[in-house]
Design a protein around this ligand. Structure first.
Ligand code: ADP
Ligand code: ADP
Length: 225
């Protein structure tokens, strides 16, 4: 049983740009998958479909037991945790604590349950000591970790990240790789960081001009590219 199924996906932007066409793949629970390709290949467009930020022009997406439709969107957004490339798009509260608590609060958590959920998420990313700081005061690597904590706090079954290591110094990058390795659920990343892809993703999907050019074990894909 596949946790993600993308079938014959097409996306046309309002200006007529056909960013994706005939994209199909399935992902098994627990898989770690990289999506690579040149700038403009369609990677971001594809990710933005996985939790309904963009509506498909044609084709279908299924997440777990739910076909992605306007009616299932709330359920899908609980299942798919999306970490944007720029953490500033994700952090907007006065403190780190408030940002990480925001999602669980919306799920109805309060009191000790909420405290525990936030503490756990911050501990996972090694950011407990940052909880009372304003996010804008953090370094790039710290912001990235807090952005990931906001997503982990929702307990997503699928973690989707756009260029997770971009903008990180070597130490922050190392820390992030260790964190993502520990995450046992399904992971989907776009990346230009081929060393990260080799280390973290057993499978790689290559997009080229909006189409799937290759899909297979990362080591084989890298030999062929
Ligand atoms: P990648 O993430 O691989 O760099 P994108 O998904 O960002 O690729 O872009 C795929 C194609 O869609 C490119 O041709 C890009 O110029 C185009 N595109 C992206 N966003 C928009 C938009 N909002 N309006 C029109 N065209 C867009
Ligand atoms: P479970 O432990 O049943 O998989 P949890 O809700 O406890 O579910 O965990 C949610 C996700 O967070 C799991 O995929 C888990 O592997 C992941 N996780 C646990 N520890 C870490 C860590 N140190 N860094 C990143 N992710 C982690």
């Amino acid at each position: 049983h596949h946790i993600v199924e993308v079938k014959d996906l097409r996306h046309v932007y309002p200006d007529g740009t056909e960013a994706l066409r005939g994209v199909s793949f399935r992902i098994t629970h627990g898989e770690s998958v990289a999506i690579i390709g040149a700038n403009g290949a369609g990677k971001s467009t594809l990710l933005l479909h996985l939790n309904g930020y963009l509506a498909t022009s044609q084709g279908a997406i299924r997440i777990g037991d739910f076909p992605l439709t306007p009616a299932t969107l709330p359920e899908i957004r609980r299942t798919v945790g999306m970490v944007f490339q720029d953490p500033d798009d994700q952090l907007f509260m006065p403190t780190v604590y408030d940002d990480v608590a925001f999602g669980p609060l919306n799920l109805g958590l309060v009191g000790a349950d909420l405290e525990e959920r936030v503490r756990e998420a911050l501990t996972r990313v090694g950011a407990e000591h940052l909880r009372d700081k304003p996010p804008y005061r953090l370094s790039g690597g710290e912001k990235k970790r807090v952005a990931i904590a906001t997503v982990l706090a929702m307990s997503p079954d699928i973690l989707v990240m756009d260029e997770p290591t971009s903008g990180l110094d070597p130490f922050a990058r190392r820390q992030l790789l260790a964190l993502l390795k520990d995450f046992r659920h399904t992971r989907i990343f776009t990346s230009h960081d081929l060393d990260m892809v080799l280390e973290l993703c057993e499978r790689t999907i290559v997009l080229h001009e909006g189409e799937v050019r290759a899909d297979g074990p990362t080591v084989e894909i890298f030999q062929d590219e």
